[in-house]
Design a protein around this ligand. Structure first.
Ligand SMILES: [Zn+2]
Length: 181
C-alpha cells in the first residue's frame, strides 16, 4: 500500500475519506463532499551535469548533507517549484547551491527515482541537463543541503554507483561519457 492511501481527510473540506473515495487506478481521492480531486502525482525535479572546462571528464558533484543519501555524492539540483519549468528550476537551484550561473544545453536523461523521505515514499521524475562547462575551480558550498562540492571523474561512477546517493544516476554518467567520445 502506498503511504498516501492512508490519508484520512480531504485537504480542502476535511471530509473523512472512506476507502471507496480513493480510486487506485487513477491515484486520486474523490471528495464526495466538496468534489476536490486530490491526485497523487510524481514530484518533478531537475539536476545538472556540469563539466569542468579544463577537463570535461570531471564533473561537479555535491556531497549530500541531508537524507536520503547523506554523505554520498549527488548531482546538484532540486525539486521544481509550482509554475516552474525544469530548465528554470535547475538554474535557480544551482545558483542557490553553488552561486554559479549555469547554461543548460541539452537534456541528458529523464530518470525515475522512488525514494524514502521522512517516513514517506516520494516518486521523483527528474530531468538531468547537460550544461556548458564552467571554468571556476569551485570548492565552497552555499547551502546547508551539501557538506562539500568538487569535481569528480565521471567514469569512476560506472564502476562504483554505490558512491552516489542515487545509483540510478550511473546511467547519466554513461550517456555523458558516450557523448564526449
Ligand atoms: Zn472535500
Amino acid at each position: 500500500m502506498n503511504f498516501f492511501e492512508q490519508f484520512k481527510y480531504c485537504p480542502c473540506c476535511a471530509h473523512n475519506y472512506s476507502p471507496k473515495d480513493f480510486i487506485s487506478r487513477d491515484f486520486v481521492f474523490h471528495c464526495p463532499q466538496c468534489h476536490y480531486e486530490f491526485y497523487q502525482n510524481g514530484t518533478p525535479a531537475a539536476t545538472a551535469l556540469i563539466p569542468y572546462a579544463e577537463n570535461p571528464e570531471l564533473i561537479l558533484l555535491i556531497t549530500r548533507n541531508t537524507s536520503p543519501g547523506k554523505g554520498l555524492l549527488d548531482l546538484p539540483g532540486g525539486i521544481l517549484r509550482y509554475g516552474e519549468l525544469p530548465e528554470e528550476a535547475v538554474v535557480r537551484e544551482i545558483q542557490e547551491e553553488t552561486l554559479l550561473d549555469i547554461k543548460p544545453t541539452a537534456i541528458l536523461q529523464i530518470s525515475a527515482i522512488d525514494y524514502h523521505y521522512k517516513g514517506y515514499q516520494v516518486f521523483v521524475v527528474e530531468t538531468c541537463f547537460l550544461t556548458e562547462p564552467i571554468k571556476d575551480n569551485i570548492s565552497k558550498v552555499s547551502t546547508d543541503e551539501a557538506s562539500s562540492i568538487g569535481y569528480y571523474p565521471a567514469a569512476s561512477f560506472i564502476k562504483h554507483p554505490d558512491r552516489l546517493a542515487f545509483p540510478e544516476h550511473a546511467e547519466i554518467f554513461k550517456k555523458y561519457l558516450n557523448f564526449l567520445q
